[in-house]
Design a protein. Structure first.
Length: 162
């Protein structure tokens, strides 16, 4: 019965840490507390306490950024860097082109809508407005959607010439 209670407590601690998105040091503390509880509450688990404290110590050490970088992240990055192909010239140009802007907010999962509101709207220049009001409007007047889609299945010659 004691072992079942310990297993349920362990699951509760792990789920709580996961749901709270707890930092790595909190996971180390949780593992250490569970190891100490196991050593005192579970009969015949004295040596198991030491075995369970080792992962807690490793997790605690990895929660320190310079240690994690030297031991885990750095070597993993070197392996991945050897595996992946180099960045092409086109990809590098895209990377150098600037920021992702509002897209980054949107794909973060929790966009800050105030950022979208702060983006100024696009304004047409006088030349663009004149083009839309003049030749574009004239071209639209030449087209009949029914004729283009169902009768000719093409744009009339006079529109092409225009």
């Amino acid at each position: 019965m004691t072992i079942l209670a310990f297993i349920l407590l362990t699951l509760g601690v792990l789920l709580t840490l996961a749901m709270l998105r707890a930092p790595l040091i909190a996971w180390a503390g949780g593992a250490a507390v569970l190891a100490l509880i196991a050593g005192t509450a579970v009969p015949g688990f004295g040596f198991g306490t030491i075995v369970l404290l080792l992962p807690a110590a490793v997790i605690a050490a990895l929660s320190v950024a310079p240690i994690r970088k030297a031991v885990l992240t750095g070597p993993a990055f070197k392996v991945v860097k050897r595996i992946l192909p180099p960045v092409s010239e086109t990809e590098q140009e895209a990377l150098d082109a600037g920021t992702v802007g509002w897209d980054a907010e949107l794909f973060s999962g929790t966009p800050d809508w105030k950022v979208l509101d702060a983006i100024p709207g696009n304004e047409l220049t006088d030349e663009e407005r004149a083009f839309l009001d003049g030749p574009t409007e004239e071209l639209c007047q030449m087209l009949d959607d029914w004729q283009v889609r169902h009768e000719l299945k093409d744009i009339p010659d006079q529109a092409w010439q225009f």
